[in-house]
Design a protein around this ligand. Structure first.
Ligand code: UD1
Length: 342
C-alpha cells in the first residue's frame, strides 16, 4: 500500500470521503484545497471521523504564483502518490465560462510536484461524462468517447495528457477513474455534499426539497425511451466510490510496469429519476413534490456502467444499495440542513 498520499480537492464532496477511506487504510494524507467551492469545516469533520495524520495546504493549483509552494509542499511531505480531485464541476457553468474549466495547468503543477517528489503514481478523478451518448449500455471503458460540454472535454483531455505522460516515462502509474453518479454520504452523517447555491444534480436537489429548503423538484423530461420516460443513471454510494480510490492505489503499487488505465466506477444498475424520488421518499419519510419539466439540454436518456474491469483489476465492487444511498444522504441533509454552515 502506498503510504503518503496527496489529495487535491480533499475538502470536497468526493475528496472528503476519499480522505476518510485513505486514513482507514493506514495512509497519511496531505490535502491541497483552496476552499473556493469547499468548506474548511469538512477537514475538521474528516479528522473527527478518521483521526490520523492529516496535513493541509491551502493553495489553488491553477494559480501559477502558488505552484512553487505546492511543489515544495508535496516534496517536503514525502509523497508516494496523489489523487487528483480538485476542479470545477458544473456543466452549465462550463458552457458559459469555458476558460475557467480549461485549467490544465493545475494538473501540470501536480505532475511537476510528483516528479519533484519522485512519486509518479496518480489516480485521476474522471467522469462517465467522457462517453457522451455514443454507446450501448452497459458502457465499457473501450466505448466511444464524445463529451458534449467543456466540463466533459476537460476530463477527457486530462485523461489523454496522462496517457502521454505514461508513454513518455514508464515510471508513471496512472488510473483514470470514470465515475458514474456519486450520491449518498458517510454513514456518520458528518460529511456530505454541500453544493453552493441551487444544486445542479438530482440527489442534492431531492434532499433539499425533502428537508424543506426548496418547494419542489423539476423532473427534466418524462418522454425518454426509458421504462418510465425519465432519465436513467447509475447512482453509486460515495463511500463505495471512495474505496475504489484506495483499491486503485493498491493496484498501482502492485504494478511492475507503468501505464495509464481507464476504469469505470459504477454499480452496473440504472435507476430512473422517478425511482430515485420514490427511494428517497421511503428513506426520509418526507413528501417530495415534483413537476414534470422539459428535458435539460445535454442530458442523455440512459447511461449505466459495465463495472467488470474494476472487479477484475482492482478487486472492487460497489456494495451499497439505492436504499443505503438515500438513507445516508438523508441523514447528512437532515443533520446538516444548511450543509457545513448549519
Ligand atoms: C451530471 C453532469 C455530469 C457530471 C455529473 C456529476 C450534466 C448533463 N451532466 O450528470 O457531467 O459528471 O453530474 O455528478 O449535467 N434531474 C432532474 N431534475 C433535477 C436534476 C436532475 O430531473 O433537478 C435528472 C437529470 O435529467 C438526469 C438525472 O436526474 O436524468 C441525473 O442528473 P444529475 O444528478 O444532474 O447527473 P447527470 O446529469 O447524470
Amino acid at each position: 500500500m502506498t503510504k503518503k498520499i496527496v489529495v487535491t480537492g480533499g475538502a470536497g464532496y468526493i475528496g472528503s470521503h476519499v480522505c476518510v477511506e485513505l486514513i482507514n487504510a493506514g495512509c497519511e494524507i496531505l490535502i491541497i484545497d483552496d476552499f473556493s467551492n469547499t468548506h474548511p469545516e469538512a477537514v475538521n469533520r474528516i479528522r473527527e471521523i478518521a483521526p490520523g495524520n492529516i496535513s493541509l495546504l491551502q493553495c489553488d493549483l491553477a494559480n501559477a504564483a502558488q505552484a512553487e509552494e505546492i511543489i515544495e509542499g508535496v516534496k517536503a511531505f514525502g509523497a508516494d502518490g496523489a489523487i487528483h480531485l480538485a476542479g470545477l464541476k458544473a456543466v452549465g457553468e462550463s458552457v458559459a465560462e469555458p476558460a475557467r474549466y480549461y485549467t490544465v495547468s493545475a494538473m501540470l503543477t501536480l505532475v511537476r510536484a510528483l516528479e519533484a517528489a519522485n512519486a509518479r503514481t496518480l489516480v485521476f478523478s474522471s467522469s462517465a461524462t467522457v462517453y457522451g451518448e455514443l454507446n450501448d449500455n452497459p458502457v465499457k471503458e473501450d466505448g466511444k468517447t464524445g463529451p458534449e460540454n467543456p466540463y466533459g472535454r476537460t476530463k477527457l483531455f486530462i485523461e489523454e495528457i496522462l496517457k502521454d505522460l505514461s508513454r513518455g516515462n514508464e515510471n508513471w502509474r496512472i488510473v483514470n477513474l470514470r465515475y458514474f453518479n456519486p450520491v449518498g454520504a458517510h454513514p456518520s452523517g458528518r460529511i456530505g455534499e454541500d453544493p453552493n447555491g441551487v444544486p445542479n444534480n438530482l440527489f442534492p436537489f431531492i434532499a433539499q426539497v425533502a428537508v424543506g429548503r426548496r418547494d419542489k423538484l423539476m423532473v427534466f423530461g418524462d418522454d425518454y425511451t426509458t421504462r418510465d420516460g425519465t432519465g436513467v443513471r447509475d447512482y453509486i454510494h460515495v463511500s463505495d466510490l471512495a474505496r475504489g480510490h484506495v483499491a486503485a492505489l493498491d493496484y498501482l503499487s502492485a504494478q511492475k510496469t507503468g501505464g495509464a488505465t481507464d476504469i469505470n466506477l459504477g454499480t452496473g444498475t440504472g435507476y430512473s429519476v422517478l425511482e430515485a424520488i420514490s427511494a428517497f421518499k421511503r428513506a426520509s419519510n418526507r413528501d417530495i413534490p415534483y413537476e414534470i419539466a422539459p428535458r435539460r439540454d445535454g442530458d442523455v436518456a440512459e447511461i449505466y456502467a459495465n463495472a467488470e474491469l474494476a472487479k477484475t483489476l482492482l478487486g472492487w465492487r460497489a456494495e451499497k444499495t439505492i436504499e443505503d444511498m438515500c438513507a445516508d444522504h438523508w441523514r447528512w441533509q437532515s443533520d446538516n440542513p444548511d450543509g457545513y454552515e448549519s
